[in-house]
Design a protein around this ligand. Structure first.
Ligand SMILES: Cc1cc2nc3c(=O)[nH]c(=O)nc-3n(C[C@H](O)[C@H](O)[C@H](O)COP(=O)(O)O)c2cc1C
Length: 168
């Protein structure tokens, strides 16, 4: 049996709200939940399919808890791992760094040979630049609690349906 995991910081605010919605939509018994602040290499590698919650902080950077795990990640062989990333950002407040964290994380994981899935369209967002953008897609699910909170439910439902098809 393939193992599914959802990793996010239990101390985060909006990311935790989104993660709980994703957990619910995925079906609670189908996926383990892990605190990003306690993550280690062994736990990370024990999953075949992962969903990571990666908000953007500090004008286009990862929050500290993810940053601390990055050096360890850069030594992992992630061949055969399938990973989807969701990330919160604020397109009006940070239009030049909108959800950069998704892109930063995707780049690190791809370098380690993970397969990134769960890309979504940039349509419906207004921003100037994002490290998460690849053509007309984001390398994950972008959520904006500050400006488009009302769309979260629908965006998450659609994304989880997409992941269920891609997590095969
Ligand atoms: C100090 C600070 C810096 C931020 N920098 C960015 C940024 O560069 N890009 C972006 O899209 N959002 C940025 N945001 C918005 C956050 O990503 C957003 O509020 C997110 O929902 C926070 O998630 P969390 O509560 O789980 O930490 C920033 C927010 C704060 C308070």
């Amino acid at each position: 049996m393939k193992k599914n995991g959802l990793i996010y910081s239990y101390n985060s605010k909006k990311t935790a709200i989104a993660a709980k919605m994703i957990h619910e939509a995925f079906g609670k018994k189908n996926i383990d939940v892990i605190n990003a602040e306690d993550i280690d290499e062994k736990t990370f590698l024990s999953y075949d399919y992962l969903i990571l919650g990666v908000p953007t902080w500090f004008d286009g950077e990862l929050p500290n808890y993810w940053d601390e795990f990055v050096p360890a990640m850069e030594d992992l062989d992630l061949k055969g791992k399938t990973i989807a990333i969701f990330g919160n950002g604020d397109q009006k407040g940070y239009p030049e760094n909108f959800v950069d964290g998704i892109g930063i994380m995707a780049e690190i994981l791809e370098k380690q040979k993970a397969k990134i899935i769960g890309f979504t369209s940039v349509e419906g967002y207004e921003f100037e630049r994002s490290r998460a953008q690849r053509g007309n897609m984001f390398a994950g699910l972008a959520l904006d609690f500050e400006n488009q909170r009302k769309l979260n439910k629908e965006r998450i439902a659609k994304w989880v349906d997409q992941l269920k098809k891609e997590f095969t």
